[in-house]
Design a protein around this ligand. Structure first.
Ligand SMILES: [Zn+2]
Length: 377
């Protein structure tokens, strides 16, 4: 590898514990120095990821974040501190990262990631680490990475649950749109940072994203292509769900209809909504008691089929939320319908839709399968 940069004396000292790791060594460390990562966001996921990537000696890190530091972010955005509240997140990040490793070149991009700049930005880096907290940006990073043939390291969090994978159809496996074909409508989102998050959770998930990024840059191990790693902090469990490439995917499928990056279609907002208190609810404990009592219940599961690996409520009928309007005839209008999803967001949306569609006894199962699993049945 004659064109890889040399390491200075200081760097050899700094990375000494890397140099003895099989698969890293001097070659790998030089490879890291020659590599570049674009980080979208310096928030909960981006904070630990940026710290570890800088400390590991990734040569060039681009940081996109137009926002300023907010005190309510500090419980999870460990890149930033009290003295930076109200100031630029990028300046804050740069000050901390330079302290962590002065050998890393930082590119500060105090801009929004938009369809106008996405392709050009992604092209300049080897890997994209998506640490954003909204669906439109995830679609955009997925699409831009697809067109530029760059791996997109995905992470998402919700309260006690996190997910990690790598989308890189040019290396194999699906893209983000194979998993989520279209932008969720407002209120239907299964996860959302704004809905509350335990601060350490993005620490776990962001660190996993950093690990997958380093693996990709070094070319070691197996990237989780077609594999969604799901972390459940309450159950202390990691599970892998298989993600398949969708031949009908509008981006990476056999007959694609998306040929350039654009603003994500539909009217979805960038922030998530939490089910309102006006949604009629039943607790999983009450539901379990009624099942145990032998009641004949109509339980409707509105998750995607692949989510069944996360657990199922016995007897539930699966009709994914996007297909619900086509299956209304299968849902009795004269009895109680108990609707659940993963955590309660999509099912709340389904309940609202069913009630508006002449099924007045639709009820949301609070907390969804996550809460059900927590019962330990
Ligand atoms: Zn796809």
């Amino acid at each position: 590898m004659p064109d890889l940069p040399e390491l200075s004396r200081d760097e050899l000292q700094r990375y000494a514990r890397h140099l003895s790791v099989p698969g890293v060594g001097i070659e790998g460390q030089r490879r890291l120095k020659a590599s570049s990562v674009l980080m979208i966001g310096t928030g909960g996921l981006g904070s630990p990821a940026a710290l570890y990537l800088a400390a590991a000696g990734v040569g060039r890190i681009g940081l996109i974040d137009p926002d300023s530091v907010d005190r309510s972010n500090l419980h999870r955005q460990i890149l930033h501190g009290e003295s930076w509240v109200g100031k630029s997140k990028l300046e804050s990040a740069a000050a901390r990262l330079r302290e962590v490793n002065p050998h890393v070149e930082l590119e500060l991009l105090p801009i929004r990631f938009t369809p106008e700049n996405a392709l050009e930005l992604v092209a300049r880096y080897d890997v994209v680490l998506d640490g954003c907290d909204n669906f439109p940006t995830r679609f955009l990073s997925n699409d831009a990475c697809f067109f530029q043939k760059k791996p997109c390291v995905y992470g998402s969090i919700f309260r006690f649950d996190g997910q990690v994978t790598v989308f890189a159809p040019h290396l194999g496996g699906p893209c983000y749109r194979c998993m989520l074909p279209s932008l969720p409508a407002p209120g239907s989102a299964p996860s959302c940072e704004e809905a509350g998050v335990l601060g350490v959770l993005p620490g776990v998930i962001g660190s996993l994203q950093a690990m997958e990024t380093i693996k990709l840059l070094l070319g070691i191990g197996e990237p989780p292509l077609g594999k969604l790693l799901c972390y459940d902090a309450l159950a202390t469990s990691f599970r892998s769900l298989r993600l398949r490439r969708d031949p009908a995917c509008r981006l990476c499928g056999d007959k694609p209809s998306i040929h350039s990056v654009s603003n994500p279609e539909t009217n979805a907002s960038t922030s998530c909504e939490v089910p309102g208190s006006e949604t009629p609810e039943i607790s999983v404990a009450d539901l379990a008691a009624r099942i145990d009592a032998g009641e004949d219940l109509f339980i409707l599961d509105v998750r995607q089929p692949e989510e069944e690996a996360e657990g199922m409520i016995p007897g539930a009928v699966l009709i994914p939320l996007p297909t619900l309007p086509d299956h209304l005839a299968e849902i009795p209008a004269d009895r109680e319908i108990l609707v659940h999803c993963r955590s309660g967001g999509r099912s709340a949306r389904a309940v609202k839709f069913l009630r508006e569609s002449g099924i007045p006894q639709a009820v949301n199962v609070a907390g969804g399968i996550n809460a059900w699993n927590a019962l330990g049945r």
